[in-house]
Design a binder for this molecule. Structure first.
Ligand SMILES: NC(=O)c1ccc[n+]([C@@H]2O[C@H](COP(=O)([O-])OP(=O)(O)OC[C@H]3O[C@@H](n4cnc5c(N)ncnc54)[C@H](O)[C@@H]3O)[C@@H](O)[C@H]2O)c1
Length: 359
């Protein structure tokens, strides 16, 4: 069992992250103990509910089941969850418990941030992506037809319970998708300014069979490493005024690809991995990294199944990047590799990106 603490500097909020492989049947009592006598609602992914609803045993009348898929992170469901919370008479001391992947976590967190100007929320992530990334750090959001995560808030959870036993039922594709964000942490590690060295790139190279086989101890270690890196960044820059932008490594291309393919063809983590491949090529063409490092990154990505970029009209994808919230009138804040496990921000216009990618 591992217990990590987030101490966000701006609003002084502290919360704990529990990482373990306890019996899932114990979760309800553990969570309710932290809530004391306060009321709550549970927002749970439909699939996770079908797999774990009985074992979790939260009361039916307090459970909102959210259909699965990126498309569900929308205004309509935001309103439905709000209505449900109102019907359940949640008050300002009460809480929302989010059980599922990043979609459930993001939309529930956004509801929590705005319900009566903000109530508690607890994250119980059940995908690798949510365990290693989205459940920690307080980015909450919904998508609109204009793009991904355009409406949202920085709103920290009150507690995060990561239980690796959930990952046993995650299919190979969703598991590999989570590895997209995990790989991101490996490539940005030094820039995360973590006090202790983590060496995630080595860990991923040396343990890839165990990682791919979901070995429990390896997973506990892997999640701990990623969460430590994320905490290190979020504690220094909660609201993405500077350092936190490095967590967007691979995401400029990823969000454009997700929008271009209407959120249907690829998962978020897959798009991030492709975005990293795209960024590696940009950094190499700009002369920021040498061939050796480019090959090293590509080799690790390929160990986890990310060998080739999808073949889409680059011109169109690059044009969509301009609509991302990370773009300004001057250009796009692009995160690029500059040395081993290190990245830096570069302002690039879409015209420059087109030239650099040979369009
Ligand atoms: N807030 C943040 O900081 C942050 C960071 C990264 C990504 N995100 C967001 O996270 C979302 C992606 O999250 P995701 O990859 O977890 O996808 P997801 O939430 O869509 O879940 C993926 C699929 O896995 C299924 N699933 C979940 N847990 C399962 C389990 N234990 N066993 C079997 N199936 C299970 C779900 O039902 C779903 O079909 C995106 O919307 C992305 O924008 C947010």
């Amino acid at each position: 069992m591992c217990l990590l603490k987030v101490e966000v500097s701006e609003n002084k909020k502290e919360y704990q992250i529990h990482i373990n492989n306890k019996e899932i049947s114990l979760l309800k009592d553990i969570v309710c103990e932290t809530l004391k006598d306060n009321n709550y609602i549970v927002v749970i992914s439909k699939k996770v509910h079908s797999l774990y609803g009985k074992i979790l045993n939260f009361p039916k009348e307090r459970t909102f089941i959210l259909k699965d898929g990126e498309k569900e992170k929308n205004f309509k469901n935001y309103e439905k969850i709000m209505d449900f919370a109102l019907r359940c008479k949640l008050k300002r001391n009460d809480a929302i418990i989010a059980i599922g992947g990043g979609v459930v976590g993001d939309i529930s967190g956004f509801v929590a941030s705005t319900y009566m100007r903000g109530i508690k929320y607890i994250q119980i992530p059940t995908t690798l992506l949510a365990c290693t990334d989205s459940s920690v750090g307080g980015k909450t959001a919904i998508n609109t037809k204009y793009g991904k995560n355009l409406i949202g808030a920085f709103y920290q959870p009150d507690e995060v319970f990561i239980n690796v036993n959930f990952l046993k039922t995650l299919d190979k594709r969703q598991y590999n998708s989570g590895l997209g964000e995990v790989l991101k942490y490996a490539f940005i590690e030094k820039s995360c300014q973590c006090e202790e060295p983590i060496n995630l790139m080595n860990f991923l190279s040396e343990n890839y069979t165990k990682v791919l086989n979901k070995d429990t101890l390896t997973l506990l270690e892997l999640i701990k490493m990623c969460v430590k890196l994320k905490i290190s960044v979020v504690n220094k820059d909660e609201k993405e005024n500077g350092l936190r932008r490095i967590l967007n490594y691979g995401h400029t291309y990823a969000h454009a690809l997700e929008t271009f393919t209407n959120y249907r063809k690829y998962t978020h983590g897959e798009c991030v991995a492709y975005g990293i491949l795209f960024a590696i090529n940009l950094a190499y063409t700009l002369g920021k990294i040498d061939k050796e490092y480019k090959f090293l990154c590509e080799d690790i990505l390929s160990k986890y199944g990310y060998t080739e970029m999808p073949k889409y009209d680059k011109n169109k994808i690059i044009s969509i990047m301009d609509e991302d919230k990370k773009s300004t009138h001057k250009g796009i804040h692009y995160i690029l590799a500059d040395s081993y496990a290190s990245v830096q921000e570069e302002m690039l216009t879409t015209e420059q990106i087109k030239v650099l990618t040979g369009i």
